[in-house]
Design a protein around this ligand. Structure first.
Ligand code: PGA
Length: 252
């Protein structure tokens, strides 16, 4: 039985004071949850303060990116060791905005996933096709390649979370239909089965991301292979984010 996850990716939003207030509201709003995992991914500058705020709660902390080395002359970068030091248990890797604006390739994603695991962080590895790729009917080829290349050389998948985020659905209000999402999620699970075997594949959490709100999550989460959500815009307001969590907790 897979436990659901709702992760909030705050992207480049919130000062420390705003981050702490939002984290406190999420902590309070999830205090009575019995199951499931809630993860917040604030910007680097708020990690430590949010970590202190969610201390002693069921809310976990993720970074939005990391460098693949533990330390060294990499001006402007942050290492997995530093993230752990701030209280992170998870790290988002290969988000489409990293791929698009910062030119991260599958090979970079792979190095980061392996390093995160080696340092005891759980990667949330993002994959997803662009609108053009979907129109050209190469969604499976693209997502399949991203999953295989991103996980190349990974021996055990039990600490990896996958997020399927169609690029055309991110921040656009154009959510994938539950059927479109389920189709890709089950395809990803087949690939995981080939790579890691039946048991590991059926235990891996695969989250959907892209314009998720409390109003559309119900249909998505009813799908067999959708184990939760990676939420951007709607994670910036406590009400919206808690609404998503509530809808998932009722259904899974
Ligand atoms: P969105 O972002 O929910 O604002 O579409 C999702 C994401 O980028 O993780």
């Amino acid at each position: 039985m897979r436990t659901w996850i709702v992760a909030g990716n705050w992207k480049m939003n919130n000062t420390i004071a705003e981050a702490v207030a939002l984290a406190k509201a999420i902590k309070d709003g999830t205090a009575t949850l019995k199951r499931g995992e809630v993860i917040l991914a604030p910007p680097f500058t708020s990690l430590q303060s949010v970590s202190q705020t969610i201390n002693d709660s069921r809310v976990a902390l993720a970074a939005q990116n990391m460098h693949q080395e533990e330390k060294g002359a990499f001006t402007g970068e942050v290492s997995p060791v530093m993230l752990k030091d701030c209280g992170c248990t998870h790290v988002i890797i290969g988000h489409s905005e990293r791929r698009k604006y910062f030119h991260e390739k599958d090979a970079d994603v792979n190095l980061k996933v392996k390093k995160a695991l080696a340092c005891g962080l759980k990667p949330i590895m993002c994959v997803g096709e662009t609108e053009e790729e979907r129109e050209k009917n190469v969604t499976r080829a693209v997502v399949g390649r991203q999953v295989k290349e991103g996980l190349r050389g990974v021996e055990k998948i039990n600490n990896v979370v996958i997020a399927y985020e169609p690029v055309w659905a991110i921040g656009t209000g154009k959510v994938a239909t539950s059927a479109q999402a389920q189709e890709v999620h089950s395809f990803i699970r087949v690939i995981l089965k080939d790579l890691f075997g039946d048991g590991a594949a059926s235990n891996t959490r695969i989250l959907y991301g892209g314009s998720v709100t409390k109003d559309n999550i119900g249909e998505l989460i009813a799908m067999e292979d959708i184990d939760g959500a990676l939420v951007g815009g709607a994670s910036l307001k406590a009400d919206g984010f808690l609404g998503i969590i509530k809808n998932i907790a009722e259904k899974k």
